[in-house]
Design a protein around this ligand. Sequence first.
Ligand code: FES
Length: 128
Amino acid sequence: MYNETVMDHFQNPRNTGEITDADGVGKVGSAECGDIMIMYIKVKDNRLVDVKYKTFGCAAAIATGSIASEMLMGRTLEEAEKLTSEEIADALFGLPEKKLHCSLLAPDAIKAAIADYRSRSTSESFSV
Ligand code: FES
């Protein structure tokens, strides 16, 4: 069902876990299956310097979180927000049709983590 690249990221997922002092955290759920992904980011000079994720999802969710974390590392926040599920599926050399919805979790999670980072930065600048 899955190709070799997907299996590799599923069996040896990169950047899994939590960043305890994250600058932003995004938690999203899939409307289709109810699975969850949480993404943690560290930001320096408007760039992602660390990205980690956890998912309570299927093999495709694990693989897409893994490759997305690699693709996101070093991107500016604006570039990171542009990551699409199609780019993720392409980087994995394709996903089975019925698993395409799983690749929506990572783009949604990174957008939520960046929104969280921005809301923290805004509230910090007003908390004098
Ligand atoms: Fe839920 Fe894949 S079936 S994320």
